[in-house]
Design a protein around this ligand. Sequence first.
Ligand code: PMP
Length: 457
Amino acid sequence: MEQMSKDETIALRQKYIGKSCQLFFKQDPIKIVKAKGQYMYDEKGNVYLDCINNVAHVGHCHPKVVEAGCEQMKLLSTNNRFLHDNIVLCAKRLVETMPEKLNTCFFVNSGSEANDLALRLAQIHTGNNDVITLKGAYHGHLTSLIDISHYKFSLPGGTGQKSHVHLASSPDIYRGKYNTKNHKKEEICRLYTEEVRSICERVRDEKGVGICAYIAESLISCGGQVIPPENYLKEVYNHVRAYGGVCIADEVQVGFGRVGTHWWAFQLQDVVPDIVTIGKPMGNGHPVAAVVTTEEIAESFRKTGVEYFNTYGGNPVSCAIANAVMDVIVEENLMQNALEVGEYLLDRCVELMNRYSAIGDVRGRGLFIGIEFVTDRESRTPDPETASFINKRMKENLILLSVDGPDNNVIKMKPPMVFSKQNVDEVVCALDEVFQEMEQTNSSRGSKIVEIEDKTK
Ligand code: PMP
């Protein structure tokens, strides 16, 4: 399987691949040569447990998905200016998972393309240009999306905030601007949504224009696995619509049943967005993505007379794969699995939190979980060092996690949906060992990992 040694691969990568291309574990990168289910194999045959790959949604290289792609590839792969059953069946299928109003699809190749098209649709439909986005958010790598991705544009070498972009605080109730330490729980939602309303008002007063769009992930992944408070989206959507804007739900990471109870994470908040963007899990590793919107918005686009064409978007192979992914989610009951295993994972992480003070918060829905590290629970000061140390040690123990959030102190878990309770036990056991190890190493110099005596369960 391996064509060259890992050192040669690294040397060629250094020579020929842009240095800014991101690499996991830069100091000691992993060379993966094959994968199956929730497991990834390196060139030496080491087996990693994959807790982060939300793309390999129904499990790496799922035979049914692979076969669907291969069979269609043998038959035909062409652009969607020809009629083909796969694209219409895929669209029908997607629409059936959505609230009634969301009934029109556009197919693209990546989450970024989906979000770029969503912005274009929003601009055309509203005639406005001002976009509200969240602090810490990431929506893709195209220029239009870097502009609305605080995660990227605010970096020291980033392009900065453009005048049509407005930042609302991330609705993080643990360590955000309004949180359970400083505010009454029942007030937090209103404070966050009021911020969005006041942005809308300011845009109207200062520029004399309405809002184009509010865009957010329905659960905020890149911003640190944030679960917005109940009613947050409902109130925000009302404000945004009152000022002429449309609401875009970015489901690129969190969609396709990951939350367990629903196909789409926005459904947790009982709202209907105007535009939904989907990607990553849709192709289980194959590039396919889509925008799902209302008839009215699609009609505004049609009325421009500018036709939409995307060479690869919606090709028969991509759609065969997306259809197979949706089949497998249903046939293998993966949403129920995400719900049960996710709840078990959350409970077991709470147990860890009850034992180790370095964990300030544990949160999640389904197989979308975050563990937040703090130096001190009282002040909730972020602890990126502990998060990154644990991430590194877990990788050495062959468990792949990742660290994210505005302060890089949140360990993220969003494994393939075939993740099992046994996998949860492996992860929690390994985490426990790393904590014990840190305790031992730190005890001589005054530990910051404190094991809590009272083991509340
Ligand atoms: N939206 C979100 C929330 C994402 O996490 C990503 C990718 N990390 C994108 C959009 C962009 O998707 P892609 O990388 O497929 O272009």
